[in-house]
Ligand binder design. Structure first.
Ligand code: UDP
Ligand code: MG
Length: 318
């Protein structure tokens, strides 16, 4: 019997955990050909999410959990899930029921057809502000321009991944994780399906504008060195303009003689160059910071407690 792990990262989701388990059980009871595992990764919740998960685990033997030592963010919570998942396929789904679990059935269908990464794209974003929709659209347009890998804008983490993909993802241990880009980077056979996003079943979104901004920067700097190259181009253009300006000034001085005017143009030049230098330093700093964090080579997360052992890559099971 094939095993499927449903991976659910949860951060302060006490309001929806039970309902989530209920709906998952319903969906999976229809799929009796498979052995299911519901792997909850508690991402350092400050509410009683973990207690609720433990109660579920006592009642339902399919429920497994990994309790992280603090809040590491969804990207790392998912990678902890990859490490512990035992299934032949892993389905990642949010705890808040925004993604209809019924879609899992369709994902499994395509998996059986030989696809390794069946990802569900959002058809409609119910209960999200117009600004969030617009900025995310613009962002993905721009990201696609600066990266070589194909980015799938409406595809989130709601997807089924074959064991092959999970074993590949487990090898990518960078700290600044942009999992959306990783799915594209590892390759394998992909299949797109769609779903209609629901509003949250309860609780609040964990994304603040600032954290979205940070994730957006991670996306660019993790997949492109273009921001570093741009400055050499801009620098060259400005130096050329400066040289032309110099020639004109020399010509003017030879013809009309010199005068003391020119403070405004000088100031403009200083401010322009100063600004550009500061920005380019910032860009270099952004990458250097990443190098610093990665060279520390720290583990991605620590586990407070878990209901199961980590799965080793080469583990052989019957
Ligand atoms: N999440 C997490 N760690 C975090 C933030 C979020 O594990 O630091 C989980 C959260 O519990 C949920 C999923 O990631 O299951 C998506 O979060 P949310 O619904 O808040 O994001 P949105 O749907 O608004 O993009
Ligand atoms: Mg959500």
């Amino acid at each position: 019997m094939k095993r499927i792990t449903i991976l659910i990262p949860a951060y302060n989701e006490s309001e929806v955990i039970e309902q989530m388990h209920e709906v998952l059980s319903q969906t999976c009871s229809k799929l009796s050909r498979y052995q299911f595992e519901f792997l909850f990764v508690n991402d350092g919740s400050s509410d009683n999410t973990i207690d609720l998960i433990k109660i579920l685990a006592e009642k339902d033997e399919r429920v497994q959990y990994v309790d992280l030592s603090r809040n590491f963010g969804k990207e790392i919570a998912m990678s902890a899930g990859f490490d512990y998942a035992k299934g032949d396929a892993v389905v990642i789904i949010d705890a808040d029921l925004q993604q209809p679990p019924e879609t899992i059935e369709e994902m499994i269908y395509w998996w059986e057809q030989g696809y390794d990464d069946v990802y569900a794209t959002r058809e409609e974003r119910k209960g999200e502000s117009g600004l969030k929709k617009l900025t995310s659209k613009l962002y993905y347009k721009m990201l696609q321009k600066v990266t070589k890998e194909r980015i799938y804008p409406n595809a989130g983490d709601f997807r089924l991944l074959d064991r092959k993909c999970i074993d590949a993802l487990k090898q990518l241990r960078e700290q600044a994780r942009y999992t959306k880009g990783m799915y594209a980077w590892i390759g394998f056979k992909k299949k797109e399906i769609s779903y209609v996003a629901e509003p949250r079943a309860g609780g609040e979104t964990k994304w603040k504008l600032s954290s979205l901004w940070l994730l957006a920067i991670d996306g660019i700097t993790a997949y492109s060195t273009l921001p570093l190259k741009v400055w050499s181009i801009i620098g060259t253009i400005i130096s050329l303009l400066g040289f032309v300006y110099l020639l004109i000034e020399i010509g003017k001085t030879l013809i009309y003689g010199s005068d003391v005017a020119g403070y405004p143009s000088m100031l403009a030049g200083i401010l322009l160059l100063g600004g550009i230098q500061l920005i380019s330093l910032g860009v270099i700093g952004e990458y250097l910071g990443r190098v610093f964090v990665e060279t520390k080579g720290r583990p991605l997360y620590f586990v407070q407690e878990s209901s199961k052992e980590k799965k080793l890559s080469v583990e052989k099971e019957q």
